[in-house]
Write a protein that binds this ligand. Structure first.
Ligand code: ZN
Ligand code: ZN
Length: 402
């Protein structure tokens, strides 16, 4: 169970405690008291992990090998059945004028009925490539190019600022594949405007004084990597309960079942009751491993909202309390990185980790936070150690040597 971005640095307004130290977390403390604790560098000491690369590492894959960009994971996370070799992009629905100038990169923060625009996009026909387009949350979407001779070495069409013309996509290396892919992408962007500018939904939006989603701007290219299925790697049937497309995508690409939870927003307003119930229902099924990600603390960290982060940690503690009744399992509680309020982004500070379960060598740590956990029996480990330790505890490891 990963409480995204939960770890932090000492904060003056909490009397130089971290939010986790300042929060009241009786359940996490109980889990620590009856388990073994440590701190973890998700990738390696000092490396600022993204949520994606951290999860990849914790699951025992090498992020430097597997991670080709955010696109493939986002695409898998919104339900595109990506195949090895596909080139995937994150996209915005944006608003352009007839000169190709982007007047609103988020198309008036369009939220509803974007699947209608996505369906229209799927009618684009370009020779030699299969185009898959799917809406994500809000103004976001994903584009997947499938075919021979493609490359992820292409630049973004997104100009990053309103008031600029969309950027023509350029190859980032000298290969024929990169040139071909850049050419296809430029055609996709041009055609998106032709197809979407008079789409009934957009005409309706204009009439209502809202910005239309009349162009799509791809960025974040990545080739779908070859990834050994989690179940093959460990012999564990696994499910993923996550809120964001990015983490669901990691579950999907590693071959886990994805359990969707109603009301899981990825924010501090998420429906934790539904998430808890979803975990309990899934655990009762025939799974050997659950990857759980709860995102709100990270959001509060990025927003620099100390009170919100502290309160969200206390709510997450209630979830932990409701899961502690589950028997005959190993419960690992950690974070995927620190998202310090003072930095408002991820840092390389290690995160606290507890393993609780049968035959654990319980240590002397009695509370759960960054500093207390550093005195625990696991000492300081890396994300890539977690699955090895778990497999060993479950007596599913094989011996190295005689
Ligand atoms: Zn994260
Ligand atoms: Zn984050």
């Amino acid at each position: 169970m990963i409480i995204d971005g939960m770890a932090d640095r000492p904060l003056e307004e909490f009397g130089f405690k971290t939010p986790l130290e300042a929060a009241t977390t009786p359940n996490m403390d109980k889990l620590a008291e009856t388990g073994i604790c440590g701190i973890m560098d998700p990738i390696k000491p000092g490396i600022r992990a993204g949520s994606d690369t951290s999860h990849i590492s914790i699951l025992g894959y090498d992020p430097y090998e597997v991670y080709t960009g955010r696109g493939p994971f986002e695409a898998a996370g919104v339900g595109v059945d990506v195949l090895e070799g596909d080139i995937a992009f994150r996209c915005n629905f944006s608003t352009a004028n007839d000169d190709g100038v982007i007047t609103d990169r988020r198309a008036g923060r369009i939220r509803e009925r974007t699947e209608e625009l996505a369906n229209a996009m799927n009618s684009i026909d370009i020779e030699g490539v299969h185009i898959i387009f799917k809406e994500s949350t809000g103004h976001r979407a994903v584009l997947v190019l499938r075919g021979d001779g493609l490359s992820d070495q292409v630049s973004a069409a997104d100009p990053k600022y309103d008031g600029k013309k969309w950027t023509r996509v350029e190859p980032l290396d000298e290969t024929q594949e990169a040139r071909k892919t850049a050419d296809i992408l430029n055609q996709v962007v041009e055609k998106s405007y032709d197809i979407l500018k008079d789409h009934p939904l957009n005409l309706e939006r204009i009439e209502n004084g809202e910005n239309p989603g009349n162009i799509i701007l791809p960025r974040g290219a990545g080739a779908v990597p070859h990834v050994q299925a989690f179940s093959d790697k460990y012999g564990l049937k696994a499910a993923c309960i996550a809120e964001t497309g990015l983490i669901k995508g990691i579950g999907k690409i590693t071959g886990m079942d994805i359990i969707d939870i109603e009301g899981a927003t990825g924010g501090v307003d998420t429906n934790l009751n539904n998430i808890t119930q979803g975990i309990l229902d899934t655990a009762a099924k025939d799974y050997d491993f659950l990857l759980i990600n709860i995102d709100g603390a990270d959001e509060a960290g990025h927003d620099g909202n100390a009170q919100e982060k502290l309160e969200f940690i206390e709510k997450a503690d209630q979830v932990v309390g409701k899961l502690m009744g589950l028997e005959d399992l190993y419960f690992i509680l950690t974070a995927d990185h620190s998202t310090p309020l003072s930095v408002m982004d991820h840092t390389g500070d290690p995160v606290p980790l507890i393993i609780n379960g049968p035959d654990i060598r319980v240590d002397d740590v009695k509370i759960y936070n960054e500093r207390a956990a550093s005195k625990g029996g696991l000492c300081r480990i890396r994300g890539s150690d977690v699955m090895n330790i778990l497999m060993d505890l479950m007596n599913k490891s094989t011996k190295f040597g005689a």
